[in-house]
Design a protein around this ligand. Structure first.
Ligand code: FES
Length: 191
């Protein structure tokens, strides 16, 4: 199921063509797979390996190194709470515990409705606004427990949809690959 769609295979081929060595396209193709499904499963890694002439182990070696690549399904909102030193000193762990209680999950779990995945992360480089967190990599600083509760309510109700797109949908907001646009275009257009 998670092999790349035909449209994304075309995107992948276009990305690969930008590099003198095809294996250099590994990171962008992993992002492409994650944007398609929200996470990267074994069959997606195999497919990427086929496209780049890499073994599944080589693809997995890179995919498992970077924490932004997810190898398990992720909820619509990925909540990343920082507990590194500045945040720790400003209540980061308490915020994380509050998040666990509020969402009813522990770190690395997803709520049963698929809305939220909670993770604990290292420094987000937003230390002057500690404690801070990200939702789908959008920053929220100086987060109190009340702020967190409001944030969860707003996200669940879709009130922040403009500023916090759902996890894994970036690809669906991109224009289709050039060849698809041509196929869809009215006869003679874009030639
Ligand atoms: S320690 Fe939390 S953002 Fe730097």
């Amino acid at each position: 199921m998670a092999r790349l769609t035909q449209e994304n295979v075309e995107r992948a081929r276009e990305i690969i063509s930008r590099y003198p060595a095809s294996r250099s396209a590994l990171l962008p193709l992993l992002y492409l797979a994650q944007e398609q499904d929200g996470w990267i499963d074994d069959s997606a890694m195999e497919h990427i390996g086929d496209l780049l002439d890499l073994t599944p182990a080589q693809v997995l070696g890179t995919c498992s190194f970077y924490t932004m690549f997810k190898r398990q399904p992720v909820g619509r909102h990925l909540v990343s709470v920082c507990t590194n030193i500045a945040c720790l000193l400003n209540g980061g762990y308490e915020l994380l515990e509050h998040a666990e209680a509020r969402l009813g999950v522990v770190v690395d779990e997803t709520t049963p409705d698929g809305e939220f995945t909670l993770e604990e992360v290292e420094c987000l480089a937003d230390c002057d606004r500690a404690p801070c967190l990200q939702v789908n990599y959008r920053f929220f600083g100086n987060v109190t427990h009340d702020d967190f509760d409001r944030l969860v309510d707003d996200l669940r109700a879709g009130r922040l949809a403009e500023t916090v797109p759902a996890h894994g949908v970036l690809n669906r907001e991109q224009p289709p690959p050039v060849s698809v646009r041509r196929a869809d275009a009215p006869h003679g257009a874009g030639d």
